[in-house]
Design a protein around this ligand. Structure first.
Ligand code: 13P
Length: 254
């Protein structure tokens, strides 16, 4: 089962825009009965409940773009994992590079959030990836290894299969540039090795490993299928229901 996750980021600013989005999704999903994919939409949380109520398809699920690391308390402006769960979410993107860059999230905090998501039955979609500079300095493997190990520290072996790990190179986000399918495959193999070395996993307990960063219809075969990934995390293109669902169809049929 492959997965296509839409990270809508800080978009859909009005009721009119939201209504247009719903109409677009409704048209694209009409009569669709996906068997081989899950579609996950992660809107800004102000829209979560209406997404859940308006987009009805057995293959479509919802999630948050972030959660707070504590379950409850005085944290003005924050959203907790139980809130996401109770208002229709089943997934939470954690450690997105924009959160790391603009909100100073480090691997330790990502680790706390992953544990909080799991505790509340949210599937964590953990983002891992190197910057342009780290790539230029030949640090890809060490960066990925550190991010992965520190993000998963202390998580029980039996929980690992519930995670989704995203390889999302920072330089690929919104740039129109993507790694080659061989480069993505190499990272997938590296991640699988790190996971089997660290955790006691059988092959069918391997978490899904997906790709994110400038995913478009024209490159989805290369970045997802040829590289052997289990799905994609989509930013910009998730704002366009037709293009987004067309990508889902490629995964459904291949
Ligand atoms: P783009 O698909 O717009 O490059 O964004 C990727 C992303 O950040 C998804 O989390």
């Amino acid at each position: 089962m492959k997965i296509i996750i839409g990270n809508i980021k800080m978009n859909i600013v009005s009721q009119i825009e939201r209504e247009n989005y719903f109409k677009g999704m409704e048209n694209c999903l009409a009569g669709k009965n996906f068997k081989n994919i899950k579609v996950v939409l992660c809107p800004p949380l102000i829209h979560l409940e209406s997404f859940k109520n308006r987009i009805k398809n057995e293959a479509v699920f919802f999630g948050a773009q972030n959660i707070h690391e504590e379950e409850m308390g005085r944290f003005t402006g924050e959203i907790s994992a139980p809130m996401v769960k109770n208002f229709g979410g089943d997934y939470a993107i954690i450690g997105h590079s924009e959160r790391r860059k603009y909100f100073s999230e480090d691997n330790g905090l990502v680790n706390e959030k992953v544990k909080m998501a799991l505790k509340n039955n949210l599937i964590p979609v953990i983002c891992i990836g190197e910057t342009e500079e780290e790539r230029a300095n030949g640090q890809i493997k060490s960066v990925i290894t550190n991010q992965l190990l520190e993000s998963l520290d202390g998580i029980a072996d039996k929980k690992i299969s519930q995670l989704i790990i995203t390889y999302e190179p920072v330089w690929a986000i919104g740039s129109g540039r993507v790694p080659t399918s061989d480069e993505i495959m190499e990272i997938r193999i590296l991640m699988q090795k790190i996971l089997t070395d660290k955790f006691n996993l059988s092959l069918d307990e391997m978490p899904q490993i997906i790709y994110g960063g400038s995913v478009e219809f024209k490159n989805i075969k290369e970045v997802c299928l040829e590289s052997g990934m289990s799905g994609v995390l989509v930013g910009g293109e998730s704002l366009h229901p037709m293009d987004f669902i067309k990508m889902g169809e490629v995964l459904e049929n291949n």
